[in-house]
Ligand binder design. Structure first.
Ligand code: SAH
Length: 273
């Protein structure tokens, strides 16, 4: 089956009595240009000397990205929650040795210590709409894949890339940017998916940086707690949220990641004193 042929994808669903499930975020990518765009962007940060990069794919669906990644010599681990899709994937792509299919929820796969996320050179996925943000936030906190390239709703992409002072600045941006540089690579129209979603998507790429590699586990915990609480009251001044701890008239969205890190270090110094 040609997975970027809308008529062939629809025909497969009809023949197999498969109805794309909205709550599972099943919107299949059916556009060849967008497919090449995401795979090119996803493999770009991988060092050229890696002949067979290990790629994590979450939500392979019918396998449109999986097939393209395999054709470029990648070793792919694909985690798919839908048992019907997970069960058919390997045989449907011709039983490639380079493909490992994991049937299950990506959140469990990430949380499972035996998954060895750091073995992956990168992650490339067209993520399910509903679970996408949670999956990404869990992944960035693991700091395991050196790069993460995903197709998500444009809104989510903008929040991940948002810098201080912008309206879309929130926890997603603050947490993602702690260890990753975030860049929106390109937009992908809603018409590139079937069934067609209500809103457009974007390819967003996160490349791990080491600027905060020295931030300890304890500092990270405080960073996450502090920012979570601050953004729960995003209209309030920090000084009134954290009485006696922080003196500031600034609001959460105005602070850069460097500001947050500075605050965490100050709070820890004061606690020690
Ligand atoms: N990558 C395919 C499918 C994208 S649709 C394509 O581009 O065409 C999103 C896929 O994620 C679906 O196959 C859906 O079943 C799967 N999915 C949804 N929630 C998931 C979860 N929590 N863990 C793993 N896969 C999930």
């Amino acid at each position: 089956m040609n997975l970027t042929s809308p008529s062939q994808v629809k025909a497969w669903c009809i023949e197999n009595g498969f109805h794309p499930n909205k709550t599972m975020g099943q919107n299949f990518l059916i556009d060849r240009n967008a497919l090449l765009g995401i795979v090119d962007a996803g493999l770009k940060p991988v060092p050229v000397e890696k002949a067979a990069p290990r790629v994590l794919e979450i939500g392979p669906g019918l396998g449109v990205l999986t097939e393209e990644l395999l054709s470029r010599g990648c070793l792919v681990t694909a985690v798919e929650k839908d048992p019907v899709l997970a069960g058919r994937l390997k045989a449907a792509l011709g039983d490639p040795e380079a493909l490992t299919v994991v049937a299950g929820d990506a959140l469990d796969f990430i949380a499972d210590g035996s998954s060895n996320l750091s073995d992956f050179d990168c992650m490339v996925s067209n993520l399910p709409y509903q679970a996408g943000t949670r999956i990404l936030l869990e992944l960035v906190q693991s700091r395991a894949p050196a790069s993460i390239t995903v197709l998500v709703q444009s809104e989510v992409a903008e929040r991940l890339a948002a810098k201080e002072g912008s309206k879309t600045r929130g926890l997603a941006g603050v947490w993602a940017q702690l260890d990753y540089d975030v860049e929106i690579v390109r937009k992908v129209a809603a018409s590139c998916f079937w069934p067609r979603p209500e809103i457009g998507s974007s390819v967003v790429r996160l490349v791990r940086h080491d600027r905060n590699a020295g931030f300890s586990a304890e500092e990270r915990e405080i960073f996450h707690k502090l920012t979570k609480k601050a953004f729960e009251h995003r209209r309030k001044q920090l000084g009134s949220i954290f009485k006696d701890m922080i003196q500031s008239t600034a609001r959460a969205e105005e602070l850069s990641n460097e500001d947050w890190i500075y605050l965490v270090k100050e709070l820890m110094n004061n606690a020690d004193a």
